[in-house]
Design a protein around this ligand. Sequence first.
Ligand code: HEM
Ligand code: HEM
Length: 181
Amino acid sequence: MDQTTTISRYDAVARALHWCSAALVVVVFAIGLAIDVPPKPWYPLWLNTHVLIGLTIFALALARLVWRAGHPAPPPVQGTSPRMASVVRLGHAALYAAMVVVPLIGLAPLFTRGRGIDFGLFAIPSPMAADRPLAHTMTEIHMYAAYALIALVAGHVIAALWHHFVRHDEVLLRMTPPRNP
Ligand code: HEM
Ligand code: HEM
């Protein structure tokens, strides 16, 4: 039988949530870095897009944690030492924490700019007036938190690719849909 049909995978919901949040993390980080690139009149829309995608990542992370509570991850692949299994668990926990914390920290640079969130059907105004120096500091904190998230993601992606192309084990395939032989 084809090896890809016999491995124990993450279930379809966990896989869908993983790849949606992975794509959105890349997009929101790129928009963050390019926040000043579009012409000035576009800034409010561009920033609001960044905010809405960031909040979607937050919601997806919570959904993943709820789903994960009822649907455990497959057991570690064969040959994983207990110490390595703990490192992996810690790394994944750090990724979840970053997907929750970075968007929450994003509220600080937003509100200290005196800007709210436009959800289309309704809007949440900023609870405070603009404070430029504070906004500058809050943006830096949010930026370093975002860099920490991306550093974790980079390590995570390198580990996944190493497993697939160097170790030739099923770690990456566990996060992909089964293929028919
Ligand atoms: C995982 C989610 C997020 C990531 C990875 C992320 C990343 C970034 C990055 C890289 C920047 C550019 C910082 C700089 O170079 O100055 C930025 C700016 C910013 N982000 Fe986020 N962000 C996320 C979510 C959010 C959320 C949910 C909000 C609001 C609730 C938010 C609000 C802001 C604001 C206000 C700025 C400053 C824009 C400016 O400098 O004009 N971010 N973000
Ligand atoms: C870009 C943002 C990404 C984030 C935030 C992220 C986050 C996570 C988290 C939290 C888990 C643990 C799932 C659980 O056990 O509940 C996980 C698993 C996994 N991710 Fe990602 N991921 C990202 C991107 C990627 C990419 C690009 C790849 C592939 C190159 C990848 C490959 C995997 C694999 C293979 C697993 C399963 C690991 C195992 O079986 O132990 N991830 N990811």
